[in-house]
Ligand binder design. Structure first.
Ligand code: SF4
Length: 328
């Protein structure tokens, strides 16, 4: 269950004198998008809902909004990301209605294993509860730090699947406590900080330590690097999604590969999928876009697919595994 502030959105649209809007939504908020469209139409605003899949604020439909003659884009589910946009955009992060403190209380014995000094991070869904969580933990005797992060994140303590800068709090902490669902974010946090990381899922109330998960994923990634070892021709995939476009990094990777005797070609894609690459004759790929793409569903890729830090490992230019991050 998520809260969408209908009245506040309407107020913002009136201030922007919007007559026609495009609503963009992630999979999990499609019904809320529909309800919002109905509400806005009743209030005299023409609405189009984008049916395209959306995974983040890195992929805004501002160009489509302009093409469709919309004055404003309403982006549901994710917080503000600094990008050069073609229409005014209202970001509506979805805040979960779930009691975070209750699950912290339930898992207090496990949290104690992290040590006394801890950094606290979460995804945008639970960001409003972070200060309350901090106060609760401090009451229980912990020293709690919430990192500010860089410009890619909107809130202190917020992590994205491609940015873990808030987990590096600039203090020598004993461990990191992540509040949220899924493993991708806390694995990234554990790899980025090299600290014991405990994930507490506020929906199920369960906890999970990340060391085993990190081991599992890193082992798989080394397997992927090994498969690319003899690759001669590399396709370097860049994204045409504004918040994932990293042309400079892609060129640096291309240069590195060429300096090490490999061939490399840039490929631009909007939706990156293994199937779309089928007709090409490359031995391996490097995805210089969303860092989740090469890692999620890694088994679907028929050719080895690496991240930029993995290319450096392949070429022997660095030691120790690191997640790919997009810094702001
Ligand atoms: Fe999420 Fe990937 Fe976009 Fe980062 S680049 S915000 S991980 S979808």
């Amino acid at each position: 269950m998520h809260e969408i502030p209908f009245e506040e959105i309407l107020q913002n649209l009136r201030e922007l004198i919007a007559k026609k809007v495009l609503i963009q939504t992630p999979e999990g908020l499609k019904r809320e998008a529909q309800a919002l469209a109905e509400f806005l139409e009743k209030n005299g605003i023409e609405v189009i809902i984008s049916g395209d899949i959306n995974y983040g604020a890195c992929d805004l439909a501002d160009k489509e909004a302009k093409m469709l003659g919309c004055d404003v884009l309403i982006h549901l589910g994710h917080s503000y990301m600094q990008l050069n946009l073609e229409v005014p955009t209202i970001f509506v992060p979805a805040f979960a209605k779930v009691d975070v403190v209750k699950v912290l209380e339930k898992n207090l014995d496990e949290i104690k294993k992290l040590g006394k000094k801890i950094a606290l991070v979460t995804t945008v869904q639970h960001i409003r509860d972070l200060e309350r969580a901090k106060a609760f933990l401090e009451e229980k005797g912990f020293q709690v730090f919430i990192g500010e992060g860089d410009n890619r994140v909107s809130f202190s303590g917020q992590v994205l699947g491609c940015n873990f800068t808030t987990a590096k709090v600039g203090e020598e902490v004993d461990g990191i406590l992540f509040i949220g669902a899924g493993y991708f974010h806390p694995i990234g946090v554990a790899l980025a900080t090299k600290k014991p990381t405990l994930a507490i899922n506020p929906y199920s109330g369960d906890f999970a330590w990340m060391d085993k998960e990190v081991e599992k994923i890193v082992r798989k990634r080394w397997g992927m690097i090994a498969r690319a070892y003899d690759a001669k021709k590399f396709g370097i995939i860049i994204s045409t999604k504004k918040g994932q476009l990293r042309l400079g990094e892609a060129k640096r990777i291309m240069k590195l590969l060429k300096e090490h005797g490999r061939e490399a070609q840039l490929i631009a894609m909007n939706y990156i999928s293994p199937e779309a690459l089928d007709g090409f004759d490359f031995d391996a790929y490097v995805v210089v876009a969303c860092p989740r793409v090469p890692i999620d569903d890694a088994e679907r890729w028929r050719k080895p697919v690496l991240t930029p830090p993995e290319v450096k490992l392949l070429l022997g230019l660095r030691e120790g595994y690191e997640f790919d991050e997009i810094l702001g």
